[in-house]
Design a protein around this ligand. Structure first.
Ligand code: FES
Length: 366
């Protein structure tokens, strides 16, 4: 049986003859997953090669995607898919390594912080071990290194450092000559992610200036006018922001007041959900109308995950409320937005499946 399954041409022939499928290989995924998870075709499998502690609540997962993965640009994000208690869960994270690492040794890194109440991040911290396989989606996002080369300012907070790490590594490797400054805000010294890597970059890359500020120690060092005033040649710099919403709002405001035009400021979203939800009140019976399917849900599972667990394949992109590719009609019932915590109305309206959690019975037009 194994010898037969190793032949992709045989897979395609069997798929066409028996199942009349566009992607016949996907038919064998459950079987292949049992034989060898690296062969699964529905997503790109990536084997966990190593796991490092960054801080008390942040780990770096080194994963090796299967050869068909298309790669990424520094600063982009990927969807990660893991099976938790038999349900496939997907979340978006930034890649923290440079594309050069993937080209050199075939690995990428994901630096992930535990989120309070976060199902997937906590599961990854507690259960994922070297040798396990996760699903890796195609990279997306347009948070990109200045091109052509120009002076840059990065303002990052907490785990918002991850796409910045990828970019800084890439710039240092390409001998980026224009000045690059990073203002990095963390709660305490113990919360600095990739401290060694950042300090090594500062030591070996002359164009790079690293400044780390702690916001929760005896003298809180919050982002302020003075921090920006100390950045030489600020008006000529392209600015990149990544961190909690409060820090990004403040940075945008301060940069605007210093006359930096909006088109020179680039932000990337932060993967943490903004709302803490009362999961006891969530979940309910979900009716997928066109599929004539009824399922039940619990806790903070979103409709996209619920539909996928029911073997439906709704369209999606970012899976975190950004791209609207998953928008569809809710014909009745109430959903709660996992990012904002806001409840919808009870009637017919457009919702985003990837961030909508049922609160009681709902009917969806898919
Ligand atoms: S998949 Fe992008 S908003 Fe839902």
């Amino acid at each position: 049986m194994i010898a037969v399954l190793e032949k992709s041409s045989t897979l395609h022939w069997l798929g066409r003859q028996l199942f009349n499928r566009d992607d016949p290989a996907a038919f064998f995924d459950p079987l292949l997953e049992r034989v060898n998870p690296m062969w699964v075709k529905q997503y790109t499998p990536a084997r966990v090669a190593a796991i490092y502690n960054e801080t008390s609540d942040t780990k770096t997962f080194v994963v090796a995607p299967a050869g068909r993965w298309k790669g990424f640009e520094a600063g982009q994000h990927v969807n990660i898919s893991v099976d938790i208690d038999g349900v496939r869960r997907n979340r978006t994270f930034s890649l923290s390594s440079s594309p050069l690492q993937w080209q050199t040794d075939g690995t990428v890194t994901l630096t992930i912080k535990r989120l309070p109440g976060g199902l997937v991040t906590n599961w990854m911290h507690d259960h994922l071990e070297p040798g396990a396989v996760v699903g890796l989606g195609d990279a997306f996002g347009d948070f990109r290194i200045p091109n052509p080369e120009e002076p840059a300012l990065y303002i990052a907070g907490g785990s918002g450092i991850t796409p910045v790490l990828s970019q800084l590594e890439t710039m240092a490797a390409s001998d980026y000559r224009s000045p690059v400054t990073l203002l990095y805000y963390v709660r305490t010294q113990a919360d600095i992610i990739a401290a060694e890597k950042l300090r090594a970059l500062a030591a070996r890359w002359p164009a790079f200036t690293l400044k780390i500020f702690t916001t929760d120690e005896s003298e809180p060092q919050l982002l302020c006018e003075d921090h920006l005033a100390d950045v030489p040649g600020l008006p000529a710099r392209r600015c990149y922001l990544c961190g909690p919403k409060g820090l990004m709002d403040l940075a945008n405001d301060l940069l605007y007041r210093r006359g930096i035009s909006e088109d020179r400021v680039h932000s990337t979203f932060f993967s943490a959900p903004a709302a803490t939800l009362d999961t006891d009140s969530l979940g309910g019976a979900v009716h997928f109308e066109r599929s004539n399917l009824d399922v039940s849900s619990e806790g903070d599972a979103v409709l996209l995950e619920i539909a996928e667990a029911a073997k439906l394949s709704p369209r999606y992109g970012c899976r975190m409320g950004i791209c609207h590719q998953c928008s569809c009609r809710k014909t009745s019932g109430t959903v709660v937005n996992r990012l904002t915590g806001k409840a919808s109305g009870p009637g017919d309206e457009s919702i985003q499946l990837c961030v909508s959690v049922p609160r009681g019975p709902v009917s969806i037009d898919i």
